[in-house]
Each structure stands twice: as C-alpha cells, then as structure tokens.
Design a binder for this molecule. Structure first.
Ligand SMILES: Nc1ncnc2c1ncn2[C@@H]1O[C@H](COP(=O)(O)OS(=O)(=O)O)[C@@H](OP(=O)(O)O)[C@H]1O
Length: 350
C-alpha cells in the first residue's frame, strides 16, 4: 500500500505538490541560465568572459583573442596578468621591424631580443610589406598575425626581404612613419658566401646541383665581379639602405654589427635595448657560448632549458678560393665607403 499512499499523498495534497513544483521551477530558472552562461563563456569562446570580466581592450582584439579559446589563453598565462593590472593583451602592429639583411644574423638577433620580457615577436617572417598578396590582406590582417602583447611591450617583426624590397620602405612608412627600424649587416663578402652556401644546401636537399660560385660571382668573359649576381647585389648595402633613408631619418635606423653579434652578442643586444628605450634586461646568464655549436645559445631562465639556433644557421661555408675572396673584398670597398657615408659610421671590414 506504500506506493498507493505515496501517490495518494501527492494527488490528495495538490497545494504541497504545487509548492514543491514552484520551488523546483524557481531554482531551475536561476540555475539553468547560470550553467548555460558559464558553459558558453568559460568553455566555449572566452570572448564574452574576457569582455565582461576585463572589458578594457578594444572589442576587436578581445574577439580576435577569443579564437584561441579561453582555456588556451589561460594556459599561456596571458590573462593571469590581467587580474593584477586590468588590461587585456592585444595584437599590435610592430613598433619596430628588423628589415634584414639576409644571412647577417637576423634570426639570432630576434631570438636574443625575445629574451627581453618587454619584447614580443611573431615566430615566422611575415613578408607583409614585400609581398603584394600579403599586403593586399590589409593592415588589420597583419596586426592580427602579431603576438598578443601588453602596453609596456614592444612588438618586433623580422623579414630580411624588406631590406632589398623596393616597395617596402614606403609601405612601412605609410603604416607608421616613426617605426624603429633595425638592420643587421655583416662583412659583405662573408654574407655573399653564406648566401651561396644556403642556396647550395637547399639545392642539395632537393637533389639538384648548384652552379659553381665562380660562374655566378664572376663575369664569364671578363673575369670581373658580376654585380648582377643576386647575392652580390644584396651585399652592396648602400643601395638598399639609401632607399630606407629617403623616407626615414637616420636616428630611426639602428644598425647591428652582425659579425660582432656572433662573438659578443650581449654588446649588440644592449645597444638595441637602448635604441628601443628599454631597460637592460637581457643578461649574460641568458646567453652562453656552446662549444659544440661554436655559437652563442640561449636560456630563458637561469636553470631553464637551453636553446640554440637550428642547423641551418652557422653551416660550414662553401670552399671559395682566396683569389675570388680577394676580388670580392676589393669590389665591395667603394660600396662600403658609400654605406659608411650614408650611415655616418664605419665597420672594420677588411
Ligand atoms: N648565435 C648564433 N647561432 C647561429 N648562427 C648565428 C648566431 N649568431 C649569428 N649567427 C649567424 O646568423 C647567420 C644566419 O643569418 P640569418 O638568420 O639572417 O639567415 S636568414 O637570412 O634568416 O636565413 C649564420 O650565418 P652562417 O654562419 O653563414 O650560416 C650565422 O653565422
């Protein structure tokens, strides 16, 4: 009879039933939207959560960040900091650009600079200003490719191609005429050989044969240096620097000594920190000489993991005869002089 009793209690006691149903309905009407809200905001997009909780950054950026999902952002520890300073990390256009030159140490430079807590950079080269297809995507596309950063951080992009690209200076200038430009240069002959070595390595990887250096670097009839060989053209630095200096004042261009970056990276990095108006935060603890690699490598934290650049940096150079090296050095001398005049600074290149 127990079951019957239960049924009868319910059916014979309608006010009680209505009261418990109302109580149940009321708690559901509060709990259900709350659970739904939490699910959608915290686990699904993060955008609403970020917008409501932090709500200080431009909506566009909050939406862009939400692509990563709130959990991902938390993993990266990015939003953790916001709890303290009330800001949201956003994608910013670079305030500084490493424009090249190719094979002068651009990768080492950006990786070393990344050790600075106030410097952020995208992992890849953007080729935004030098590539028409990318450029047509617009500044907002470019901006969203930049890493998230805080107001006290500087975003730096590096694309060595900008150095020789004729169109890049005016496009960069249009984006921001006060952007800080960083160029890194190395002995022009060493750069040519490094460039050729890289092209040989790429060809070998594709099972193709590379032409001999002398065929490329020398005019086949006269035996003189061939200024049309691309690797040689890039090393005629004044041609390219002049294009940048047509639009930007010299004080807005810092030139890193690529040869010194190899042997004394901290000295060069400190100069860049000063140029960017940043405190010196990269110490000798973060950079150490790796005997096996024969180059400086990095440590983000004192006992943290070590990181060296990939095997495609610091390859054994192709064997070039002393005679051709001498010819190249001689060829570059007047070009170097023109560069020194332009930049009001000399390099001790032989
Ligand atoms: N710390 C450290 N580790 C490894 N390599 C270093 C380092 N510092 C400077 N370099 C020199 O960087 C040269 C490659 O230059 P880039 O990074 O500009 O090359 S690239 O244009 O991006 O391909 C590369 O040139 P090669 O030695 O000719 O390969 C290196 O000499």
């Amino acid at each position: 009879m127990g079951g019957g009793e239960k049924c009868s209690t319910i059916f014979n006691n309608p006010p009680n039933m209505r009261r418990s149903f109302r109580r149940w309905f009321r708690s559901c009407s509060i709990a259900f939207p709350a659970v739904l809200f939490l699910y959608v905001t915290v686990f699904h997009n993060g955008f609403l959560f970020a917008a409501i909780t932090y709500g200080t950054g431009p909506l566009d950026d909050v939406i862009a960040n939400s692509n990563k999902g709130f959990r991902k952002l938390l993993e990266e520890g990015l939003l953790e900091r916001d709890r303290y300073n009330g800001t949201v990390p956003v994608h910013r256009l670079p305030q500084s650009i490493i424009i090249g030159a190719r094979k002068c140490g651009t990768r080492a430079l950006i990786e070393f600079l990344e050790l600075h807590p106030q410097i952020n950079s995208p992992t890849d080269e953007m080729h935004f200003f030098s590539n028409d297809t990318n450029y047509k995507m617009g500044l907002d596309w470019y901006r969203k490719k930049m890493p998230l950063s805080y107001p006290d951080q500087i975003t730096i992009e590096k694309t060595p191609r900008y150095f020789i690209s004729k169109i890049s200076p005016s496009r960069v200038h249009r984006m921001n005429s006060s952007v800080k430009l960083i160029a890194i240069l190395r002995h022009p002959t060493t750069r040519v050989i490094s460039d050729y070595t890289q092209i040989c390595a790429n060809k070998m990887a594709k099972n193709e044969t590379a032409e001999a250096f002398e065929y490329l670097a020398l005019n086949r009839q006269t035996g003189h240096i061939n200024p049309e060989y691309r690797a040689i053209k890039i090393s005629m630095y004044h041609l390219h620097i002049a294009r940048w200096l047509e639009l930007f004042p010299l004080k807005q261009l810092h030139i890193v000594d690529g040869d010194n970056l190899i042997v004394n990276p901290l000295e060069e990095i400190r100069k860049v920190e000063t140029f960017l108006n940043l405190p010196h935060r990269i110490s000798k603890d973060s950079l150490y000489f790796n005997n096996t690699r024969g180059f400086y490598c990095m440590r983000k934290t004192k006992n943290g993991p070590e990181k060296c650049l990939g095997a495609n940096k610091g390859r054994k150079h192709a064997n070039i005869s002393e005679k051709i090296i001498h010819k190249l050095d001689k060829f570059f001398k007047p070009h170097n002089e023109r560069l020194f005049k332009l930049i009001k600074r000399r390099f001790r290149w032989r």
